[in-house]
Design a protein around this ligand. Structure first.
Ligand SMILES: Nc1ncnc2c1ncn2[C@@H]1O[C@H](COP(=O)(O)OP(=O)(O)OP(=O)(O)O)[C@@H](O)[C@H]1O
Ligand SMILES: [Mg+2]
Length: 240
């Protein structure tokens, strides 16, 4: 089997004396949608923030395309092709939709990539709502539209791995479905995605594989289908 794109090996992460991540290991292979599911406080965001270089593990390793990511600053990690859509989205509220998308291309321009205009059109193809609102201030978009913009902006960096932290948070069911449909479309288009979710049912239904986190540890892993069918997962995460 090919080497994984992302390999997280036995990482431990502390916030002061709080041991938030306890020996977590997992892999993401090219073209997979891998999901980390778990309850509030299980350590999902901490794991993503450690991969993107915002937090530092006290031990363990993280490699991306075979290269060590530890001690690489966050902006260099983005340049290497790893884009994160953080929890709570963090778009530029005072810029327009189009300006936010252009900002997303910034790191790839540093790599000399062109075709920004074409990629903006691709993002508009995925999210027609954004096209209709391209001159609107991002801060006046609805929550769901802001989530779409955050995803669109991350795609503008042409990531080799896209990490999404709870893209469905706070959205009405119809928008949750739209966001997961788009994740499915991106998957079929060949994208590699690491998806963190509390909405286990939706996440597992789009995922190639999943890992279940409980209080900082991976307790179960399997394909999306296996986990959806597991009685223990049904009971704990899918409402019985
Ligand atoms: N800055 C911080 N300082 C201290 N403890 C923190 C900090 N951030 C997170 N924690 C703790 O680390 C643990 C894991 O938090 P994390 O945010 O990774 O959980 P999560 O799985 O993303 O939860 P949620 O689904 O609620 O977003 C929690 O117990 C949390 O209280
Ligand atoms: Mg979180």
């Amino acid at each position: 089997m090919a080497e994984p794109i992302l390999k997280v090996s036995d990482i431990n992460v502390y916030y002061g004396s709080i041991h938030a991540i306890k020996g977590v290991s997992f892999e993401v292979y090219e073209g997979e949608v891998v999901t980390l599911i778990g309850a509030n406080g299980a350590g999902k965001s901490t794991t993503l923030n450690t991969i993107s270089g915002l937090l530092h593990p006290s031990s363990g390793g993280i490699s991306f395309f075979g290269e060590d990511l530890l001690r690489v600053p966050p902006h260099k990690i983005v340049e290497r092709g790893l884009a994160q859509v953080p929890e709570g989205r963090r778009i530029f509220l005072h810029m327009t939709v189009k300006e936010n998308l252009e900002m997303g291309a910034y790191t790839r321009e540093a790599r000399g990539a062109s075709g920004v205009g074409e990629d903006i059109e691709k993002v508009y193809g995925l999210f027609p709502r954004l096209k209709e609102r391209k001159r609107q201030q991002a801060g006046t978009l609805s929550g769901g539209e802001q989530q779409m913009l955050a995803m669109g902006r991350a795609l503008m960096s042409r990531p080799k791995l896209l990490m999404l932290d709870e893209p469905s948070m706070g959205l009405a069911p119809i928008l949750v479905e739209q966001i997961f449909d788009i994740i499915g479309d991106l998957h079929r288009g060949g994208a590699t995605i690491l998806l963190v979710e509390q909405n286990a049912r939706m996440a597992l239904s789009v995922a190639s594989r999943g890992y279940v986190l409980e209080t900082g540890k991976v307790v179960t892993t399997g394909t999306g289908e296996e986990l959806l069918a597991s009685p223990a997962i049904k009971k704990a995460y899918l409402g019985g």
